[in-house]
Design a protein around this ligand. Structure first.
Ligand code: NAD
Length: 391
């Protein structure tokens, strides 16, 4: 059943950000150690050095590998024989670029949070640097870690849906439905500051996940888009709701909705792909199931753990069907995939299934380019696609 456990020594992971009180850092740590793929050995965990050291101590890290900041970390790790194999960047968006650039230039592999950078210029530069340095960079588009998403991708790629006609993807959240950024919520504060977050509010924070997921499963390449951004919470500088119409190469259409103000939506990522022969529906709050509806009127629920799943899905499953797996396992699949990709590169071989179809710097760049196009489009004067209704 489990194909991604390993008898090899874990790779050595360093982390920037993700200290006490941070959101995603702890998810990374749980995910990284899940398959003994990684061991956390070093970090600069906080923008405040003292808080970072206190956190490192609480994690049981060697004091000599708890650093004041990322520059000290690069200097300290570069001179060690047991230096980190990769760094995970778990900081606010605007810091991704300088931190990732510095680690890549110093010869380290990088795992970076999304969106890859706060500006398109930085994303282009970073992808170029990944190419020219020959280093590995993985980007944590969480939803591409789910086994049933890999099954969906396989079903589309092997023609089981026929030619794809439309893709509907949505990522609604509710946690920013009021101005919590003005009431001491640290995560909301930087997410609503264009300098720290980048140009896209909901579209940058979660629309990038939705955009990646739609392209990952459908295999479609975006050709053009039109967008309508809204800011419902008074005084907020960035969008908190986005509707985007998509035109893919080959004629398929898509619709993407991201929202931070959708009451009742805890983490409602939903993807629907409609082809000429069948459709697929996946919902992240029921991630162990894929609904497959066919032209002949029959609908089946494909369960995680079914015997005939694809290799890519099976490689990302740990427990028998009926035992729920979810967000943490999906994140762990990304980490196991990054470890396998790094090992395969070093050993000059093709990666096994867990190390294939993983999100990379190019996917990160595509996400930032998408945000830029959406914001530019929505900002254009006289949006011609809004035609007044006479009656
Ligand atoms: P957060 O505000 O909760 O935590 C940020 C952490 O980074 C804090 O510990 C802060 O002290 C630290 N930090 C800031 N600047 C630093 C620096 N220069 N050096 C060292 N540490 C520094 O933020 P968060 O919500 O955890 O988001 C962090 C990143 O993760 C963002 O890019 C966000 O978009 C992304 N994210 C991704 C997912 C996902 O599903 N993949 C989910 C949530 C957040």
């Amino acid at each position: 059943m489990t194909t991604n456990s390993s008898s090899q020594m874990p790779l050595r992971l360093g982390m920037v950000g993700g200290g006490n009180g941070a959101y995603i850092g702890n998810i990374h740590r749980i995910a990284a150690r899940q398959d003994r793929a990684w061991a956390l050995v070093a970090g600069a965990f906080d923008v405040d050095a003292a808080r970072g050291h206190a956190f490192a101590a609480s994690e049981g890290l060697d004091r000599t590998r708890s650093y004041d900041d990322f520059k000290a970390m690069i200097a300290g790790e570069s001179s060690r024989e047991d230096r980190i194999d990769a760094v995970a960047i778990c900081t606010p968006n605007f810091t991704h670029f300088p931190i990732a650039k510095a680690f890549l230039e110093a010869g380290f592999d990088v795992i970076c949070e999304k969106p890859l950078t706060a500006t398109l210029e930085d994303a282009v530069a970073l992808e170029n640097l990944v190419r020219s340095s020959g280093r590995f960079m993985g980007v944590t588009y969480t939803y591409s870690g789910y086994p049933m998403i890999h099954e969906a991708k396989h079903m589309v790629a092997t023609g089981q849906l026929g030619k794809i006609r439309t893709v509907q993807v949505e990522y609604p959240l509710e946690w920013m439905a009021t101005a919590i950024e003005t009431k001491g919520n640290a995560q909301a504060a930087w997410r609503t500051d264009p300098k720290k977050n980048g140009r896209g509010g909901s579209i940058g924070d979660i629309g990038t996940h939705a955009y990646h997921l739609a392209g990952f499963v459908s295999g479609l390449k975006l050709q053009s888009l039109t967008a309508d951004l809204a800011t419902f919470v008074e005084g907020r500088a960035l969008d908190d709701n986005a509707h985007v119409m998509l035109r893919y190469e080959g004629g398929a259409r898509g619709l993407l909705w991201s929202s931070q103000v959708a009451l009742g939506s805890s983490n409602g990522v939903r993807l629907r792909v409609f082809g000429e022969q069948a459709s697929l529906t996946w919902f992240q709050e029921q991630p162990n199931e894929l609904v497959h509806a066919r032209l002949n009127g029959r609908t089946e629920i494909i369960k995680r753990g079914a015997d005939d799943l694809s290799e890519g899905a099976k490689a990302r499953i740990r427990t028998p069907p009926g035992h729920p797996e979810g967000y943490l396992e999906a994140f762990a699949n990304l980490y196991a995939g990054f470890a396998e990709a790094i090992r395969a590169k070093r050993e000059g071989r093709e990666p096994t299934a867990i190390g294939r179809d993983i999100p990379t710097a190019h996917d990160g760049l595509k996400g930032v380019a998408f945000v830029d196009a959406v914001v530019d489009c929505a900002a254009a004067a006289n949006q011609p696609w809004f035609t007044p209704i006479a009656v």
